[in-house]
Design a protein around this ligand. Sequence first.
Ligand code: PLP
Length: 208
Amino acid sequence: MIFSKVTDLIGNTPVIQLPLTQADSRLYIKVEKNNPGGSMKDRMARNMIVAALKSGRIQPGGTIVESSSGNTGIGLALASIEFGLKFIAVVDHHAAQDKISIMRALGSEIRYVKGDYGENEVAVIERQRMAAEIASEISGAVFMNQSDNAANAGGYADLVSEIVHQIGRVDAWVGCIGTGGSITGIAHGLKIHITSQEQEHQKGIRLV
Ligand SMILES: Cc1ncc(COP(=O)(O)O)c(C=O)c1O
C-alpha cells in the first residue's frame, strides 16, 4: 500500500508469539514500537487531536499544549504537523534526551517545568498546571489534558480490533499504567468483544 501521510502508518502493528513451555497457554507481544512515533501513544495522540478539531475545541493553526516527557509528546508532535497545529510540550528537567530531541526535530516547542525537582521526582501535577497556564495565555491554544480526556482511552479502539483479528480469543492483557487511558480503552474494547463472543457461544448452545 502507498500512504500519503505519516499518521496513516499508525496501527496495524505486528504480533510476536513467545515460546512457552505450557502447551495450553499462548503469550503474545503486540509490537507497538512499530508505530511511526515509536509507541502506542501515537494512537491516542491522533485521536485526541481529531476529537478536539471535530468538536471545535481547536482550529487549524491553533496550538496544543500538553504535559509529557516522551511518547505522548512525540505522538502529538507528529499529528500536529499533519493537522496544521503547533505543539508545546511541558517536560521534566530529567526527561529522556532522545524523546526531547525527536519532539524538537518535529518542530515542537519544549518548556521545562519550573521548580526544584530531583532526578527521581516526576513533577506531573506542576507540569499539568503549567501546561494549562501556558494554554490559557495563548490565543487559540488548548491544554490537551490526556489525564482527563475521553479521547485518550477512545484512541485504542483500532488496537483492540487488531488484537482480535490477529489473535482471536484474549484471556488477559498486560500493560502499564500512566494516565490509565490505554488500559481503560483496551479493557473496554476487549470486554465488548468477549461479551459478544459469549453471546454467540450461548446462541450456538441453544441451537444445538
Ligand atoms: C509506551 C507506553 N505505554 C504505556 C504507557 C501508559 O499509558 P497510559 O497513560 O495510557 O496509562 C505509557 C506512558 O505512560 C507509555 O509511554
